[in-house]
Design a protein around this ligand. Sequence first.
Ligand code: TYD
Length: 215
Amino acid sequence: MSGKARFLTFEGGEGAGKSTQIRLLANWLETQGVEVLLTREPGGSPGAELIRDLLLKGAVDRWLPISEALMLAAARADHIERTIKPALEAGKWVLCDRFYDSSVAYQGAGRGVGIEEVQHIQEIAFGDMRPDLTLILDLPVEIGLKRALAREGAKSDMEDRFERMERSFHETLRQAFLSIAEREPERCVVLDADQAIERLQENLRTIIMDKALLS
Ligand code: TYD
């Protein structure tokens, strides 16, 4: 196996194509001799998957925004200790579909809990657990929601509270992710997700090479 264990997170609004890109990237990394663990949030450990079900199913107003933020932090603490850290210690690369930036964007900005408040909750829950690289897949809200709706049609039993929120909510999310990238340019890279799957994948691989993460 080559190089060091790395922790990569993937962020963005609805329908940005994160899961497809993560799968393709994992396949490529494996051809480079890297052992990969794919995981996701909310979820990624047995306890956190239970919390995921509570969060994503049911009426749009099922939870107070602050309750969401606290449940997500609880799930994330479990995921970090039981899944992410052991994989990194075993020398694997961890590719995580959403991580704490989603809480800052969705609960902090979108649901109005406040950015600093969410950061504070997370600090209490798991301290400083920073990804080596965060890839933010950005695209216009209109296009993202259209893609997400097409996908939901294919699996209609999967309820998703956040996809059903208003359009302005999704605009707020987009701006929140872009602001995170502005605040932390060493950790975050924004990619245009409104392009062909293969092109976007090439861009992702180029970033990993340019940042010399494989060495
Ligand atoms: P999922 O079906 O995994 O959506 P996606 O393919 O868009 O990642 O559902 C995850 C949903 O949970 C998504 O709408 C974003 C939301 N979410 C938060 O609101 N806060 C968080 O901290 C995380 C990790 C996800």
